[in-house]
Design a protein around this ligand. Structure first.
Ligand code: CTP
Ligand code: MG
Length: 228
């Protein structure tokens, strides 16, 4: 059963504010994208990796991954994450028609433990059409209106924080993207619109997304083997 991983890495990293695409920002001297692709391949479950890079960085991204001995295909990404995944998915379906399982994994979640990747793939192979790694909410959450007036307090016990890789039976993801009218912040959101069940499995703190300079400091500590 061939598993392909799509890696959206075409974002600009504006909240990080370093003036370079986030995927190219180094952690311990190595770009986030390299950490992410290496992690995916080292989990031993992924046959092909398709990276969506910033359009101006396609060739340099190919060279970067080759320099680190990482076999990956690189396509130009789109204007938002959904567009980038759509382009990477189209490439994967065209070039790897035997694909049965598709993972979608943010380059920004570069330190996801292999165990998380493994359990997502296992759950899809076990028959779940869509699988997402999640964590419980640590904080109380409020819903507010447009004026920041609190409306209510959802039951935290029923809420989850969502990570990647998200895993899909190939036909389910293809259909979700074929029928998607708009963008979503995650791929499972598009699958939910089909009415297809999405299964949550345990994620991991190290699968955090590097979004802000604070997150980058945490990532440095995680990679150093600290207790972050
Ligand atoms: N992404 C992408 N194509 C885009 C936008 C985002 O492939 N047009 C990717 C990012 O590279 C990242 C993932 O989607 O790996 C999650 O997006 P996010 O954390 O928002 O990254 P950026 O868009 O780079 O950051 P920012 O929103 O701060 O600019
Ligand atoms: Mg973004």
């Amino acid at each position: 059963m061939t598993t392909v991983a799509l890696v959206p890495a075409a974002g600009r990293g504006e909240r990080l504010g370093l003036g370079v695409p986030k995927a190219l920002v180094p952690v311990r001297g190595v770009p986030l994208l390299v950490h992410a692709v290496r992690g995916l391949l080292s989990a031993g479950r992924v046959r092909h990796v398709v990276v969506a890079a910033p359009p101006a960085e396609v060739w340099s991204t190919r060279a970067l991954l080759a320099a680190h001995d990482l076999p990956a295909e690189v396509v130009a990404g789109g204007a938002d994450r959904t567009a980038s995944v759509r382009l990477a998915l189209a490439h994967a379906l065209a070039v790897h028609p035997g694909t049965r399982v598709v993972l979608v994994h943010d380059a920004a979640r570069a330190f996801t433990p292999p165990l998380v990747i493994d359990s997502v793939v296992e759950a899809v192979l076990g028959g779940a059409p869509a699988v997402i790694p999640v964590l419980p909410m640590a904080d109380t959450v409020k819903r507010v209106d447009a004026h920041e007036v609190v409306q209510d307090t959802p039951d935290r016990a029923a809420l989850r924080v969502v990570q990647t890789p998200q895993g899909f039976e190939v036909g389910t993801l293809r259909r979700a993207y074929a029928e998607a009218g708009d963008s979503a912040t995650d791929d499972a959101g598009l699958v939910e619109k089909l009415g297809v069940p999405v299964l949550a499995v345990p994620g991991h703190a190290h699968a955090m997304k590097v979004t802000t300079p604070f997150d980058l400091a945490i990532a440095e500590a995680v990679l150093a083997g600290g207790s972050a």
